[in-house]
Ligand binder design. Structure first.
Ligand SMILES: Cc1cc2nc3c(=O)[nH]c(=O)nc-3n(C[C@H](O)[C@H](O)[C@H](O)COP(=O)(O)OP(=O)(O)OC[C@H]3O[C@@H](n4cnc5c(N)ncnc54)[C@H](O)[C@@H]3O)c2cc1C
Length: 488
């Protein structure tokens, strides 16, 4: 019997798990995918929003501002890339100025520090590559950037180091209260009994909520498509460049990432299938036409990939966090956590984790281990640091991913982490091997070999991202034999 089961290993589920791991309970995290951070938490803009966009008085506004204030310390503790370059929301007309003034008023109401309206000349001084037709902008100095999947993986590791179990590739089919006042979590692989269940299942959270609550929710899948530009290109903007928000969301942005790439997007289109992360010609064209308003000279030759992520938009528009209303005791949830959910995650994790621990009557774990910060990457080391790393471990001298300068030592370490990589994408999320211009064209075979060596499995078992995404279909000998069974 577990004290708590967290369903969903995105940034929210992992933040809740890390907070719960500070207590002395028995904890399990379950996800349908083969890795953590395989939902919205791997495919978003990576902005730690300052908090001017969310309507005052909402959970979104409160948790965004609280979470954003927690980021710097948390990212430092975990050793996760984070920065605070600030943001501009651009206005191109007097109509837009009214929108920006409303955003400024929201910033004040939400207690966001330092926001002000800036005019044409100052904008071009701050960001010379901005479209010169810009009239005015809202400047938000506290807007930050984080690597969302690295944050999620690090939170998962910290929870696991403190005893949380992770059972991945394990979709939850049903949750139900038991006659003795506990909960049964039924998955494709097994059944688990628990005193409390915490539904952090992103796009899947609505279905789980409606199974146990008399107060139904409706989640709408809102897809956002992106272009990603190589970090070899000159960085055109140091800040996140937003346009005026629409009723569908924060609009299309141009933003550096924590790794120096440039992100263009996202769109906001409601779709039927909450797991359809395709990109479309129309969506990408839409991104491009809107990006040109911010950045006239955008150069598509620098595009290295496109991707999309799905926002779990609750029809009434706010986060639903806490005890599940209309359900028996012991059920908790984070439902409808669309943007700014990444920014809010540290606050959601802390509040929800503490609430569940209080319900269970758990005590703080005196032996809670502080996270071990992720080590500096080979790519960001100085020559002296590289020499030192190589002296300790000669596998720092074997470069596997040339685009992102990832060494064999780092790939092995990623597989050996508490919640370690088990697939090509798992290695990519933790090390960046395969995230560069060639998109894994050169390094994937070697990454596969290292995965096989570390996990003691055959190359035929290695997948891109779990499930049926196997990369090899058989050995040449096997394939030839199947084609001509009678020949020796
Ligand atoms: C295009 C886009 C841009 C965004 N930009 C930003 C931004 O810049 N800043 C910001 O603050 N926020 C942003 N967000 C929002 C942010 O990404 C999300 O709020 C956050 O990632 C939600 O985390 P989560 O853990 O709730 O969901 P997820 O990361 O989706 O995790 C949910 C997990 O539950 C699992 N799951 C689902 N159903 C089941 C089941 N039945 N059984 C087991 N497991 C299940 C899934 O596999 C998944 O791993 C953006 C979102 C999108 C889509």
């Amino acid at each position: 019997m577990y004290d708590a089961i967290v369903i969903g290993a995105g940034v929210v589920g992992c933040a809740v798990a890390q907070q719960l791991s500070r207590y002395d309970g028995k904890l399990l995290v379950i996800d349908r995918m083969e890795d953590v951070a395989d939902g919205a938490s791997k495919a978003n803009s990576g902005i730690v929003h300052a908090g001017f966009d969310a309507h005052p008085g909402t959970e979104k506004a409160r948790l965004n501002v609280k979470g954003a204030k927690m980021y710097k310390k948390l990212a430092t503790e975990l050793g996760v890339p984070y920065g605070q370059p600030g943001a501009l929301v651009l206005g191109f007309s007097e109509e837009d100025r009214k929108t920006l003034e409303n955003l400024l008023a929201q910033a004040v109401a939400n207690d966001v520090e330092g926001c002000r309206i800036v005019e044409h000349d100052e904008i071009l001084q701050m960001e010379p590559n901005t479209n010169p037709e810009v009239v005015c902008a809202l400047y938000a100095p506290t807007s930050g950037l984080v690597s969302p999947y690295e944050m999620t993986c690090a939170l998962a590791d910290s929870a696991a180091e403190n005893g949380a179990e992770f059972k991945l590739s394990n979709p939850v089919l049903e949750i139900k209260p038991t006659a003795d006042g506990n909960w049964l979590v039924i998955t494709e692989r097994d059944e688990y009994k628990t005193r409390a269940v915490v539904n952090c299942a992103g796009m899947g959270s609505g279905i789980l909520h409606n199974m146990i609550s008399s107060r139904k929710v409706k989640l709408i899948a809102r897809r956002g498509e992106y272009y990603l530009l190589d970090h070899m290109a000159e960085i055109p903007f140091t800040m996140t460049m937003f346009q005026c928000p629409t009723k569908m969301g924060k609009g299309v942005l141009v933003s550096p990432t924590t790794h120096g790439n440039i992100l263009l997007g996202p769109t906001a289109n409601d779709i039927d299938d909450g797991y359809d992360v395709a990109t479309t010609r129309k969506g990408l064209d839409d991104v491009l036409s809107k990006v040109r308003l911010t950045w006239k000279n955008v150069n598509l030759r620098q595009v290295i990939t496109t991707f999309s992520g799905i926002r779990a938009h609750e029809e009434h528009g706010d986060f639903i966090i806490g005890k599940v209303e209309g359900a028996p005791a012991g059920a908790y949830e984070a439902v409808g956590v669309e943007s700014p959910g990444l920014s809010a995650a540290p606050a959601i994790g802390q509040e929800l984790g503490d609430e569940v621990a209080a319900f269970l009557g758990l005590k703080k774990d005196e032996n809670w281990k502080k996270p071990t910060p992720l080590p500096k990457t080979f790519r960001t080391m100085t020559d002296e640091e590289r020499a030192e790393a190589y002296a300790k471990d000669p596998e720092y001298g074997v470069l596997v991913c040339r685009c992102e300068q990832v060494t064999e030592a780092e790939i092995r370490a990623a597989i050996r982490r508490p919640v370690g990589a088990r697939s090509i994408d798992g290695v990519k999320r933790r090390t960046r091997a395969g995230m560069g211009r060639c998109q894994g064209g050169f390094c994937s075979p070697r990454v596969m070999e290292i995965l096989c060596e570390e996990l003691g499995v055959s190359p035929l078992e290695i997948t891109k991202c779990g499930g049926e995404s196997k990369l090899l279909v058989g050995t040449l000998h096997q394939i030839a034999k199947e084609a001509r069974p009678d020949e020796e």
